[in-house]
Write a protein that binds this ligand. Structure first.
Ligand code: SF4
Ligand code: FES
Length: 264
C-alpha cells in the first residue's frame, strides 16, 4: 500500500516495506551510501547513509537512523542534509580516511564533506577495504559463499578459508564488481582469469572461438542454479543474436510461403 511521508520538506510517496533510502532516491533526493547494493539485502555497516527522522507524536525528538535500514512510515519526517547529519557523515568519513587513506572514493566523499585529512591515527599498512561486507554478501547471494570476513579486531579483513585459494570460487568477479573502493583485484589475460589466488579458464564461444567473459566453473554453476540451457552459456551474445536472427528469418520465410512444411 502506498502512503506519503516527508523528506527535506517534500511530500514523498512511499510503499509498505520500503526503506527511506529507496523512497528518497526515487524522489531524486541523494543520500550517500557505501555498503548498499540493490542486489543484496541492506546490512547497515558503513553508517554513511545516516539521516534524521521524527514523527509529529515524538514531540520534537529526532533520531539518527541509517536510511538503508529504516522503514518508511506514514507521517515520517526525514532530514537528509541537516547539520547533525553532516556531522555524523564527517565523522564516518574521517574514520574511513584513517582506515583507507588511498581509496579514491573515500577521499572524494570525505572532501565533499570538508574532510581533507583524517584526525585519527592512520593504519600502519592501509589497504582500500572499508569492511563494508558487500563482496561477501554478493558472493552469498549470487554465487558460492567462497569468501568471508576473517580474523578479529584490527586484523579483520575479507579473505578466503585458511587464506588459501578458495575451492568454491567460480571466478565470477561479482565481489570485485560490487566493491565500492576497488580493493579486490583480478587479472585477465587471453583465456585466463586470476582472482583470490585461483586461475580460471574462460569459456570459449563454440561458434566464434573467442573467449567469453565467463569462466567454465561459472557457466556450469549458472546452468545448474538458473536451470539455463548450457548451450546458451557457451556461445557469445553475437553468435546467439545471429542464431536468433536466422530463426526469425526462417519463420518469416515460412509465413510468407504459408507452407506447412519445415523451411530449410
Ligand atoms: S573488499 Fe570491497 S566490497 Fe569487500 S568489504 Fe572490502 S570494501 Fe567492501
Ligand atoms: S548504506 Fe546504509 S549503512 Fe551503509
Amino acid at each position: 500500500m502506498a502512503f506519503f511521508m516527508t523528506i527535506n520538506g517534500k511530500r514523498v510517496e512511499a510503499n509498505d516495506g520500503e526503506m527511506v533510502l529507496g523512497a528518497a532516491r526515487r524522489a531524486g533526493i541523494a543520500i550517500p551510501t557505501l555498503c548498499h547494493h540493490e542486489a543484496v539485502e541492506p546490512f547497515g555497516s558503513c553508517r554513511l547513509c545516516m539521516v534524521e527522522v521524527t514523527k509529529p507524536e515524538w514531540k520534537g525528538w529526532k533520531g539518527l537512523m541509517t536510511a538503508c535500514l529504516y522503514p518508511c512510515a506514514p507521517d515520517l519526517i526525514v532530514e537528509t542534509d541537516s547539520e547533525r547529519v553532516h556531522q555524523v557523515r564527517r565523522n564516518v568519513l574521517d574514520l574511513l580516511l584513517a582506515r583507507c587513506p588511498d581509496a579514491e572514493l573515500i577521499q572524494k566523499l570525505a572532501a565533499e564533506y570538508g574532510v581533507h585529512q583524517t584526525s585519527f591515527m592512520q593504519r600502519e599498512k592501509p589497504d582500500k577495504c572499508i569492511l563494508c561486507g558487500l563482496c561477501v554478501r554478493i558472493c552469498e547471494t549470487a554465487a558460492t559463499s567462497a569468501i568471508s570476513t576473517v580474523q578479529r579486531g584490527h586484523d579483520r579483513e575479507i579473505g578466503t578459508p585458511w587464506g588459501e585459494p578458495p575451492p568454491d570460487c567460480i571466478g565470477c568477479l561479482a565481489c570485485a564488481h560490487v566493491c565500492p573502493t576497488g580493493h579486490i583485484q583480478y587479472e585477465e589475460t587471453g583465456m585466463t582469469r586470476m582472482i583470490w589466488g585461483r586461475r580460471f579458464e574462460l569459456q570459449r564461444c563454440e561458434k566464434t572461438g573467442k573467449p567469453l567473459p565467463i569462466t567454465k566453473e561459472q557457466a556450469a554453476f549458472l546452468a545448474k542454479r538458473q536451470n539455463m540451457n548450457p548451450n546458451y552459456l557457451v556461445t557469445s551474445a553475437d553468435a546467439n543474436r545471429k542464431q536468433t536472427a536466422e530463426t526469425f528469418a526462417r519463420i518469416a520465410r515460412w509465413n510468407k510461403l504459408g507452407m506447412q512444411q519445415e523451411v530449410k
